[in-house]
Design a protein around this ligand. Structure first.
Ligand code: SF4
Ligand code: SF4
Ligand code: FES
Length: 319
């Protein structure tokens, strides 16, 4: 047995203007999950402690919260893996969400973004080849099973730095779930789906991999790369800055083995976009004054053939 001190964020939007913290000590085996420790504290010590939960087995996705500084499922986190040397386990509501009561947050922005992407199958009205059923081959289904494991816990959304600075960004879970239908051979709205997710700032993802910590191993970051690849291969909204930037970065690295920054700026902003180029001109002038202006033309590095070979092997699109 161990004394686990739950250091809990307390706030009630109905009555409080600022949050405070309560420390509630519970005597339980140190391998108890954070959720079970909270349940014990609520049933035995303070019935007003609020948090969401249902399954207690990492299936429903309700109990996501910030535990000892990082977000995860309380029912999948043992206290001894997160407590400090004094036995304290700090629990807070998920970041990137407005707290409602204690560890309960307003999930509306998360669900709104998810719903905008129409998370359900939209098959063609008539399919002459399959009048009674639409079958999916095991190979095609393999691409979808990992994403289908998503329990909508919003852990990835809470961890995403882009969501924190730009709330318009759809976020990792919604994009990963869009992928699930974009790649479903039975669905008939692939292009519309890619266009919608592009409008919802798909290209803002900075590929920081923060969302790769997913309790269900969905790997939203990799699915976002897949959706970007689909956008390029299907030529959807290619006049946007995001795909132009991705392609010019690839093109210059394939050409010289280096990032050709001058070319990247022109290719991203648009070579004939005078207004856009004028906007970045002051930055160029400041760099020139500090002697940091990148060269206009770059010579390929000596082993550029090896770099090009990587591009060929990975089939990286460059145009
Ligand atoms: S992708 Fe993973 S972390 Fe994100 S909502 Fe789904 S299960 Fe949770
Ligand atoms: S990889 Fe993209 S979606 Fe995932 S946390 Fe980073 S910025 Fe957000
Ligand atoms: S209680 Fe269902 S995922 Fe934790």
């Amino acid at each position: 047995m161990a004394t686990i001190k739950l250091d809990i964020f307390r706030f009630d939007e109905a009555t409080d203007t600022i949050p405070h913290r309560d420390v509630v000590a519970v005597d339980l085996p140190e391998t108890t999950t954070v959720l079970d420790a909270l349940e014990y504290a609520k049933s035995e010590i303070d019935g007003s402690i609020s948090f969401r939960r249902s399954c207690r087995s990492a299936i429903c996705g309700s109990c996501s919260m910030n535990i000892a500084g990082t977000t995860g499922l309380a029912c999948k986190t043992a206290c001894n893996t997160v407590m400090d040397e004094d036995g304290v386990v700090k629990v807070d509501p998920m970041p990137n969400f407005q707290p409602m009561k204690d560890l309960v947050v307003h999930m509306d922005p998360f669900w709104d973004k998810y719903s905008r992407l129409k998370p359900y199958l939209q098959p063609a009205d008539r399919d002459e080849e399959h009048p009674t059923e639409r079958r999916v081959s095991p190979e095609d289904m393999k691409k979808l099973v990992d994403v289908a494991n998503c329990v909508m816990c919003a852990t990835c959304y809470a961890l995403c730095p882009v969501v924190s600075v730009d709330p318009a960004f759809a976020g990792p879970a919604a994009i990963a779930y869009a992928y699930r239908f974009i790649e479903d051979v039975r669905d008939d709205h692939r292009k519309e789906r890619i266009a919608q997710i592009s409008e919802d700032y798909l290209w803002l993802c900075a590929h920081c991999y923060a969302c790769s910590y997913c309790p269900k191993h969905v790997d939203p970051n990799d699915r976002i790369i897949d959706v970007k690849r689909a956008a390029i291969s299907d030529r959807v909204m290619m006049d946007e800055r995001g795909p132009r930037h991705a392609l010019v970065v690839s093109r210059t690295i394939k050409h010289s083995g280096m990032l050709e920054e001058t070319e990247v700026i022109q290719g991203t902003v648009g070579r004939f976009n005078v207004r856009g180029l004028l906007k970045v001109a002051p930055l160029g002038m400041r760099m020139a004054m500090r002697g940091k202006l990148p060269p206009l033309f770059m010579k390929p590095i000596p082993k550029v053939d090896e770099v090009r070979q990587i591009f060929e092997t990975l089939e990286v699109p460059v145009s």
